[in-house]
Design a binder for this molecule. Structure first.
Ligand SMILES: NC(=O)c1ccc[n+]([C@@H]2O[C@H](COP(=O)([O-])OP(=O)(O)OC[C@H]3O[C@@H](n4cnc5c(N)ncnc54)[C@H](OP(=O)(O)O)[C@@H]3O)[C@@H](O)[C@H]2O)c1
Length: 403
C-alpha cells in the first residue's frame, strides 16, 4: 500500500453504495485503504469484503450477527466491534482520513456528526442524515471547515456544474428523476401494484429503502431537502424534472440564461469516485457515454396526481426545522412497514401523506418547538416522536392481512 493511500471508514459497506465504493477502491490499487468497514447485520457479506480488503476494524451493529461471526473475523486478525455506539467512535478514529457515509436512514446521522467534529472529510450518500440534520449539520461543517461532498448522483452533478460560475449568479438548479417504475401508470393502476413491481426500478440498482422511495417519488422529495441544505438555496430555486433515461443527472441555470448539465451513464461509481478524488478525475470505472446510441433524451414535468408526495418536501422546507425530520421519520417508518409486508403500496402512499398532514397534532413527551436544535439529541427526540406517530397510524389503519 502506497504511503499516500487515503484511509477510508466505509459506513454501510455491505449495501449498494458500499459495494460501489469498494469497486472504485479495487479499480485504483494503492489509492484508497478501507481501514474500517461497517454494516448492520449481514456478517457473511462483511466477512467476504474483509477477506478481500483487509480492514483493521469491522463493525456489525446487530448483536446476534456479531456473536455469529466474531470468531471468523478474529481468525483473520480483524478487530470486530458491536453496537451502534461503535460507529461514531470508528468514524472519528485518528487514522481515518475520509468517512464514506453509505448507510441508509437516520442511523447514519450520529457517525456523520462525530466524523465532522473530528475534522474528517465526509463523502455522503446517506441523504436522510442531511435531511434530518439540516442546518445543524451544515453549521458544524462550516465551523469545522471539513470537505463535505455529495455522492448522490444529482447532487454530485449540481456540485460539478456550480464550479462553472459564482454562487450569486445561480438562478435555479434542477434535479432529474427517472420517474421510477410507475412513470406511465395511472393513479388507479398505482393503487393495485405489487411489491415486485415497486422493487423493479427501470434504471438504477439500489438498496430496498431507496428503491421504494424512488417508486413513491419520496426519494426526490428528500433530495430537494438535501439540496436546500447542501447548496444553501431556497426551495423556490430547486426544481425537479422527470428524465426517464437517467443520463442527465442535474442542471444549473445561471442568471445569463446559460444552463450547465452533467451527463453520464447511470452508474453510481462515477459519483462515488468523483467524491473520493475531486477535483481530480480518474479514468477507469465507468463506460464512456455514447449519445448517438442513446438517441433520445426526454424531459417531462412531474405529474402531481401521480406523484403527490413530491410537494411534501416544499411544505416541509416552508415550515419549522423539525418538519423535514418529521417527513423523513414518517417515511422511513412506513417504508419499513411496507418492506415487512405490513402495509401495501396504496396504504404507504396514503399514510405518508396523512401522517405528515397531521404533523402538528403530535402529542406526548415531545412537542413541536420553533427553537433550533442545539445538539443531536434535540433532533433525535423529534425523530423518535414522529416514528411513534407513524407507527400508531399503521395500527389505526390496520395491519395487512389482519382481521
Ligand atoms: N443505491 C444507490 O444507487 C443510491 C444512490 C444515491 C443515494 N443513495 C443513498 O445511499 C444510502 C445507502 O443506500 P443503499 O442503496 O446503498 O442502501 P442499502 O443497499 O440498503 O445498504 C445500506 C447499508 O447500510 C447498512 N446499515 C443500515 N442500517 C444500519 C445501522 N443501523 N447500523 C449499521 N449499518 C447499517 C446496511 O447494513 P446491512 O447490509 O448489514 O443491513 C448496508 O450496509 C441511502 O441513504 C440512499 O438513499 C443510494
Amino acid at each position: 500500500m502506497g504511503r499516500d493511500a487515503k484511509n477510508l471508514c466505509l459506513l454501510g459497506s455491505t449495501g449498494s453504495i458500499g459495494w460501489t465504493t469498494l469497486r472504485v477502491v479495487r479499480a485504483h490499487p494503492g489509492r484508497f485503504k478501507p481501514l474500517v468497514l461497517a454494516a448492520r447485520s449481514r456478517g457473511d457479506v462483511l466477512l467476504e469484503q474483509a477477506k478481500e480488503f483487509k480492514p483493521k476494524t469491522c463493525v456489525l451493529t446487530d448483536q446476534d450477527a456479531v456473536i455469529k461471526y466474531c470468531g471468523d473475523f478474529n481468525a483473520l486478525g480483524i478487530e470486530i466491534l458491536a453496537e451502534a455506539d461503535s460507529l461514531p467512535a470508528v468514524a472519528a478514529h485518528k487514522e481515518v482520513d475520509s468517512v464514506v457515509c453509505a448507510m441508509s436512514g437516520v442511523a447514519g446521522l450520529a457517525p456523520m456528526e462525530s466524523a465532522i467534529r473530528a475534522g474528517k472529510e465526509i463523502l455522503f450518500a446517506n441523504k436522510e442524515a442531511l435531511v434530518v440534520g439540516g442546518e445543524y449539520i451544515m453549521r458544524l461543517v462550516r465551523d469545522s471547515g471539513v470537505r463535505f461532498l455529495p455522492i448522490d448522483s444529482e447532487h454530485s452533478a449540481i456540485y460539478q456544474c456550480l464550479l462553472a460560475g459564482r454562487r450569486g449568479e445561480v438562478s435555479s438548479i434542477t434535479l432529474t428523476a427517472s420517474g421510477g417504475p410507475f412513470l406511465h401508470s395511472s393513479p388507479d393502476q398505482m393503487s393495485s401494484v405489487t411489491k415486485e413491481q415497486v422493487m423493479a426500478h427501470p434504471t438504477w440498482e439500489m438498496g430496498p429503502e431507496v428503491t421504494v422511495n424512488s417508486a413513491t417519488m419520496m426519494n426526490k422529495a428528500l433530495e430537494v431537502i438535501e439540496a436546500h441544505f447542501l447548496f444553501g438555496l431556497p426551495p423556490e430555486k430547486i426544481r425537479v424534472v422527470i428524465h426517464p433515461q437517467s443520463i442527465v443527472h442535474g442542471l444549473v441555470e445561471f442568471t445569463d440564461g446559460s444552463v450547465l448539465a452533467q451527463l453520464s451513464r447511470p452508474d453510481m461509481a462515477l459519483a462515488v469516485q468523483y467524491a473520493l478524488t475531486a477535483p481530480e478525475r480518474l479514468a477507469g470505472v465507468v463506460e464512456a457515454l455514447d449519445l448517438a446510441a442513446i438517441g433520445t433524451l426526454e424531459f417531462l414535468e412531474p405529474d402531481e396526481q401521480r406523484f403527490p408526495l413530491l410537494r411534501l418536501s416544499y411544505e416541509a422546507l416552508g415550515g419549522e426545522w423539525w418538519e423535514p425530520v418529521a417527513l423523513n421519520a414518517i417515511n422511513e417508518t412506513l417504508v419499513r412497514a411496507f418492506l415487512a409486508d405490513q402495509i401495501d403500496f396504496e396504504a404507504l402512499l396514503k399514510l405518508i401523506a396523512d401522517c405528515f398532514g397531521r404533523r402538528n397534532e403530535i402529542t406526548g413527551e415531545w412537542s413541536p418547538s420553533a427553537k433550533e436544535p442545539e445538539c443531536l439529541d434535540d433532533i433525535l427526540q423529534a425523530d423518535t416522536a414522529f416514528r411513534n406517530f407513524a407507527l400508531s397510524s399503521i395500527k389505526r389503519h390496520g395491519l395487512r392481512g389482519a382481521e
